[in-house]
Design a protein around this ligand. Structure first.
Ligand SMILES: [Zn+2]
Length: 286
């Protein structure tokens, strides 16, 4: 392959029924050809896309995008990077959630890698959103970076207070872009969280992520893009988009020695159960 002219990577091979459990197609990088991005997802066989809000603007944008297709869903949240905006955004985000049409709260959590908001403000935003989720009977979408034990401790305490508030058979949240080790994944699953596997699982040398993807029960796994970030192979270095979740699911299947359709089916069912939506695929009704 010539280095100077980077050929376009081929589009992903279809994988019917797969769900992107965490996408940000409102991002500016995905705007110039947004309709094509979404169309490529359906052409790749995606059954659903969860559009995740990171502040008031993108919470509303997620809802607006989701309203264009019954296979898209929206979450309402304030990202730890934007936690300093809590005072201004709290009320309008609460109002958006109260008006309905959101399937989860978040993404929220702790990020001590970039520390774009001070830790105490991240904690305040996280506690507010955990409470908001409980009040509206919605699951939470958790972002944890360089905060493994601190984030776990907050969620352990919260989970011990709220229990399985969405029902005994339903998870209470997802660990988005899970990057911890298998032991931490097991502790989160014990609390009632699903573990979401992102594109970097495909990177050579990601032994920890691959061990998690190979080992956790399929019944607790989700797959996601976090687009436009975290692009899986073979598109690494380019913009990510929902269609590429098919490749992440396919890679997980290869790690586990099972058919990709099995990974697609389980992770889609898990997403539908967590977020409380029903799956429909062509020629079928859920
Ligand atoms: Zn995200």
């Amino acid at each position: 392959m010539s280095k100077k002219k980077k050929p376009l990577a081929p589009p992903p091979a279809p994988l019917p029924g797969v769900v992107d459990a965490h996408a940000h197609t409102w991002d500016a990088q995905l705007q110039p050809d947004h309709a094509e991005v979404i169309e490529r997802a359906w052409n790749t066989g995606l059954a659903a896309i969860v559009q995740v809000g990171c502040d008031l603007r993108t919470t509303l944008a997620s809802h607006e995008i989701a309203s264009t297709d019954h296979r898209m869903y929206a979450t309402a949240g304030l990202h730890p990077h934007s936690a300093s905006d809590l005072a201004e955004e709290r009320e309008p985000i609460e109002a958006a959630v109260a008006s309905g049409g959101y399937v989860a709260i978040g993404e929220t959590g702790l990020d001590f890698y970039r520390n774009l908001s001070p830790p105490q403000e991240q904690h305040a935003a996280l506690h507010w959103q955990l409470d908001l989720a409980r009040r509206h009977d919605l699951p939470v979408v958790i972002h944890s970076r360089n905060a493994d034990e601190e984030c776990f401790e907050v969620l352990r305490q919260w989970a011990s207070e709220v229990g399985r508030y969405l029902g005994a058979d339903r998870e209470i949240g997802m660990m988005h872009c899970f990057a911890g080790d298998l032991e931490l994944a097991e502790r989160y699953m014990d609390l009632g969280f699903s573990i979401s596997i992102p594109g970097p699982v495909t990177f050579p040398g990601n032994d920890r992520g691959q061990l998690v993807a190979r080992s956790i029960p399929l019944e607790r796994m989700l797959v996601e893009t976090d687009c436009p970030y975290l692009t899986p192979l073979p598109w690494r270095g380019r913009r990510n988009e929902p269609a590429y979740v098919a490749e992440t699911a396919r890679f997980v299947a290869s790690l586990r020695g099972i058919d990709a359709t099995e990974v697609a089916r389980h992770t889609a069912e898990n997403a539908a159960r967590l977020f409380g939506f029903s799956l429909t695929s062509p020629g079928e009704t859920a």
